[in-house]
Design a protein around this ligand. Structure first.
Ligand SMILES: [Zn+2]
Length: 366
């Protein structure tokens, strides 16, 4: 990391304003601190270029020393499952943020071939096979703690990749700006704030991953995690694998405010797994955080099925980034509802306070 960035980190650590968002900074200081939007846009554009460069990462398995270290394109949702959701052309729909504009990311729905859906560089082929074999090649057993654990572990690995990737990207951009023509504090400072926030994200998820790795290696699957499962007695053509940090619970109490940078963010690990005749909802939380996440997790346990569909629709659209749907299923929604779902998915990335509307946003009912 260039020295200038380390110096700036120190300044921010001693400055009560360091965790302000770009919008808050602009509101408070105007353009005396932030460059005009087109200047920021130039950097944003460079950011997307770097974002699309292939990330160099090594196998995420805790015993990666014993392998060649090259991660394969792991599926964060198992391939057999993706096949079940595919249409006759072997494609599924993936909800994703679209980074092709130079403005802020815009959500889109993409039709994507099953070999490419939900892949990321995670484990090497040996470790990917060994680790996930129990849930790849056996019927799901909800009483088996290892099965419960592996669904959460897969969600964690994907998030671990995302956090590290974004941190690398922002570090690179801040580095570029500190050397290049934009050697300007007004540009560099917000970048450093962003890079620093990503650094904190990596710092915390590293700690969480070390707990998961310990469980994986010792096969003590319930020392750090509390698990829950709901079984729905029908096939629902939606699949989710996600580790996320919810902002609010159902009563609008704040769960994660990210103000205290020393505090580990509170994570929920969630998998929605359809099989031929049943659909499984697996969720887990770190034991050390279960109590604080009670208001978020309890409805997953207790809600009657129709209310659960509403609750899940809201969670999936607001907080998860990694979910796929059968193209044939998506067709049942009216154009108006499709538009409302995409809009809600997009807008809540930036504002999780936006109210969920059952009629417009329920992805389980027409
Ligand atoms: Zn490996």
């Amino acid at each position: 990391m260039p020295n200038i960035i380390e110096d700036l980190f120190k300044i921010f650590l001693n400055n009560p304003d360091f965790d302000l968002s770009l919008d808050e900074i602009r509101k408070k200081y105007g353009d005396s601190v932030l460059k005009p939007k087109d200047e920021i846009n130039k950097i944003t554009s460079r950011f997307y270029e770097i974002l699309y460069q292939k990330p160099k990462s090594k196998c995420f398995h805790p015993n990666s020393k014993e392998c060649s270290g090259k991660p394969i394109k792991s599926h964060s949702i198992q391939k057999s499952l993706i096949s079940v959701l595919a249409d006759s052309t072997r494609h599924v729909l993936m909800f994703k943020a679209d980074f092709t504009t130079h403005q802020r990311p815009k959500a889109s729905i993409e039709k994507i071939g099953i070999s490419k859906a939900t892949i990321y560089p995670g484990l090497c082929s040996k470790h990917d096979f060994e680790t996930f074999e129990p849930i790849e090649n056996n019927p799901i057993d909800i009483l088996n703690k290892e099965h419960n654990f592996l669904f959460s572990y897969r969600a964690l690995l994907k998030q671990y990749f995302v956090k590290n990737h974004f941190y690398e990207v922002f570090k690179k951009i801040a580095d570029l700006c500190s050397k290049g023509q934009n050697k300007d504090e007004a540009v560099l400072i917000p970048l450093v704030i962003i890079a620093y926030n990503h650094y904190l994200g990596v710092f915390h998820i590293n700690k969480i991953k070390s707990l998961f790795d310990h469980s994986l290696l010792t096969k003590k699957f319930d020392i750090f995690l509390d698990y829950g499962v709901r079984v729905i007695n029908q096939f629902i053509p939606i699949s989710v694998c996600s580790a996320f940090t919810p902002i609010y619970d159902v009563n609008h109490n704040i769960l994660n405010d990210f103000k205290n940078y020393k505090e580990t963010p509170k994570y929920v690990f969630l998998n929605f797994v359809p099989t031929k005749s049943k659909t499984y909802l697996f969720y887990s939380t770190l034991k050390s955080q279960t109590k604080e996440l009670k208001g978020f997790v309890e409805p997953l346990e207790n809600l009657k099925i129709e209310k659960l569909y509403d609750y899940l629709s809201e969670i999936i659209l607001k907080y998860t980034e990694n979910f796929i749907m059968s193209p044939d299923y998506w067709k049942i929604f009216s154009e108006k509802k499709k538009g409302a779902i995409i809009k809600f998915y997009n807008d809540t990335v930036f504002d999780p306070k936006i109210r969920y509307n059952s009629r417009l946003h329920n992805i389980f009912n027409e």
